[in-house]
Design a protein around this ligand. Sequence first.
Ligand SMILES: Cc1ncc(COP(=O)(O)O)c(C=O)c1O
Length: 393
Amino acid sequence: MRIDKKYLNKLINNVYKYNNKFNGNELKYVLEYLDYENPENDANSWTARLEEAFAQKFGVKYAISHNSGTSTLHSCLHAAGVGAGDEVIGPIQTGIWFAFVCLHQNAVPVYVDSDPDTFNMDPDKIEENITERTKAIIPTHMHGTPMEMDKIMNLADKYDLIVIEDCAQSFLATIDGKLAGTIGQMASFSFETKKHMTTDQGGMVITDDENLAVKIRKHAGLGYQNLTAKQGMTSLMPSQFQNPDFKRHDSLAYNYRMPEICAAIGLAQLENLDEKVARRVKIAAMYDEVLKGIDWIVPQKVPENTKSAYWTYTIKYLGKETIKIRKGKYKCIKFCPVVQTGRIFKTEEDLQVWISDDENKIPLLAKANILVGSIKMELTKHEGVKNPISKIK
Ligand SMILES: Cc1ncc(COP(=O)(O)O)c(C=O)c1O
């Protein structure tokens, strides 16, 4: 059944509204993808176009698209040769993906505590966690603010470790003017719905190392023997692939490939990435301004040589107030964010930032020395509205 024209016009109008995060070329590219007769779809796949544009944006040789920012980390560990009994160092403050990807390699996740000011993994606590089994470090630029990579790279050199930057939250953040993700041997990005740019679900690995790129692509692409670092397969002669001894797959792998339609959306998102990051940075400056002089709310410290991409605006709460939510008591403050989105913050309750639980009621894999809360900063119609946060002063 065809879409009624009036309804279609309404949809198109909504898509191009200022507050819609898909108001760039997303619709155009998706329609081009859906156009059965579009010869470009075969000649130049959307994943290839996204990979090429992403690699160019970051000034690296290879970008390999995936279906999530978890599968990307898994492919990176595989490419790093992380195997049974190896140890991988990562931050205490991250999500379950870090533990899961290590365990899938039969490796051990080793948690390093947070720096109480930057809230990132404390670089000065990494060395004490290195053993002869340590194979890789995953510096994770949490909440958009990059880690100081020089200390990590020095340790990696000293102990011969592979560095995989997790940039899921830090698109276009910089360290000494270099883009986060271009310092370690590999970097992983997530395109899940709330990230700076999204393909709904998806991810990307970047690297300059061809050997690693081939391993990553094979890991994400069912281990086809003739996959290369760039998109496409090495072409084979019929005499090769029709040979009964021909091995189609030469490594154990998964299907972690990004769907073409997602890549079409991703390409349009990438075109506006600078603008999306700039808006978050602008919003963060508004929070900085209203929180000035409040000593019981301490924002994440952005080291001087770095620039944060502010995925969230993250704070440490030093106040005493607790309120009862569900079964536990939580230290809590209520924010009405400067920016709010119909999708994430539906009611005032949703605006609460939970800072800590009441004495370990939440089962944790490991406990950080500090607990922080984040305000999500989706870009929407309420941007700049009244600034109700100033009420808490
Ligand atoms: C720092 C970090 N790493 C990894 C991931 C995992 O990405 P995904 O949700 O796309 O699997 C996320 C995402 O939510 C993240 O924030």
